[in-house]
Design a protein around this ligand. Structure first.
Ligand SMILES: NC(=O)c1ccc[n+]([C@@H]2O[C@H](COP(=O)([O-])OP(=O)(O)OC[C@H]3O[C@@H](n4cnc5c(N)ncnc54)[C@H](O)[C@@H]3O)[C@@H](O)[C@H]2O)c1
Length: 334
């Protein structure tokens, strides 16, 4: 007999905070999820992403895994103009569905999940691909993701304690330095330009805006020998020449690169992908083989990361009885 759920559990960001889910735990959850992906246990059609006459974008990301027992969908909007109005750049909700019965089991704040799982996915790549003697983390874009990335990098490489950051808006860069100096063991300083930060970085995270008109800046010779570059802003910051100069090019999902190229005109300079993050965690394919290699990973952000995190969230929320129950069905009618 199928268990009937008459309510769906709603979890606000404040309620998600109460669950005690740490960045280190999310990195482990994602690693397991990428293993499931490698084993073909995840269905994940390409995300729907489109701009609305300008920088505002909408996106919808769905995935299902009978093996994990759930399916889910994230609906979000993003607009780089939002922070000036005290709104987050990306806003959204996630719906989690029980796979066996198709029942909606939870609705939760997706900004919370996106903020953490994105940085956790970068942390996972850093764990495998950063040079053993890496010292300096470079952050381009001193916003939410910049902050979360300090936490994620610290979770996998607590020995990396020097951060150089750059934001196109000097006040945001200053605020980042003030807020993050000392956080997660980091000594944080500002770079004068994106070039200065890139040249200093052993691990570089690019988190500028994803815009319809691409205007990439990073040239091949800005990237140090042995550096790892993780982009979370598609190919917005890296030039085609830089992409092609890399020794290894990876992505969290090749299908989404192809889809973004076809539908959004992104990634024209990606002429080869050497491996995926799923390869990285399950085999030696795509892993660093020399300290001099320059490695680029396009972490587009995939629906599986949201699904795996949301499943863990629901389990914890049920166990701790956290959340607001919303009626979705008339209990008497069944
Ligand atoms: N790949 C993923 O899974 C994923 C998930 C979430 C967000 N993102 C992307 O990450 C990026 C950052 O998101 P966020 O939530 O931190 O946004 P945010 O608005 O909190 O921060 C972005 C910061 O970048 C700065 N900025 C803008 N242009 C810049 C430039 N050219 N150089 C340096 N800094 C610049 C802004 O002033 C702002 O401070 C966005 O592109 C977003 O779409 C990717």
């Amino acid at each position: 007999m199928v268990q009937i759920f008459n309510d769906v559990r709603y979890l606000s960001a404040a309620q998600l905070d109460q669950l005690g889910l740490t960045m280190a735990q999310i990195i482990d959850i994602l690693e397991a999820a990428f293993r499931a992906k490698a084993e073909g246990k995840v269905m994940m059609p390409p995300k729907i992403f489109f701009h609305r006459n300008g920088p505002r974008f909408y996106s919808s990301m769905v995935s299902a895994s009978p093996a994990l027992g759930y399916a889910g969908c994230k609906w979000q909007s993003g607009d780089p103009a939002n922070p000036a109005q005290d709104l987050p750049y990306i806003q959204g909700l996630y719906i989690l569905t029980e796979d066996a019965s198709g029942q909606m089991r939870a609705i939760m704040d997706a900004e919370w999940i996106t903020g953490r799982r994105t940085a956790a996915a970068s942390g996972l790549v850093v764990k495998y691909q950063a040079r053993a003697d890496a010292e300096t983390l470079g952050i381009l874009g001193c916003g939410l993701q910049g902050r979360r990335h300090l936490e994620a990098i610290n979770a996998v490489r607590p020995d990396i304690t020097h951060c150089v950051c750059y934001d196109i808006q000097p006040d945001r860069q200053r605020k980042f330095i003030d807020e993050m100096s000392g956080a997660f063991g980091f000594q944080v300083e500002g770079g004068a330009t994106a070039e200065a930060v890139t040249r200093a970085a052993d691990v570089l995270i690019t988190g500028g805006p994803i815009e319809s008109d691409r205007n990439p800046k990073i040239l091949p010779d800005w990237i140090k020998p042995g550096a790892l570059v993780v982009t979370i802003d598609y190919d917005s910051y890296v030039t085609d020449a830089a992409i092609q100069a890399m020794d290894l090019v990876l992505t969290d999902d090749e299908g989404q690169i192809a889809d973004a190229r076809l539908h959004e005109g992104k990634f024209p300079g990606v002429t080869r992908v050497d491996a995926t993050v799923a390869d990285l965690v399950t085999s030696r394919t795509g892993r660093r083989t020399s300290e001099a290699q320059r490695i680029l990973t396009f972490n587009l952000g995939i629906a599986l990361e949201d699904l795996a995190t949301a499943i863990e969230i629901l389990g914890r929320a049920e166990a701790q009885d956290i959340g607001t129950m919303l009626p979705v069905r008339n209990a008497a009618a069944g």
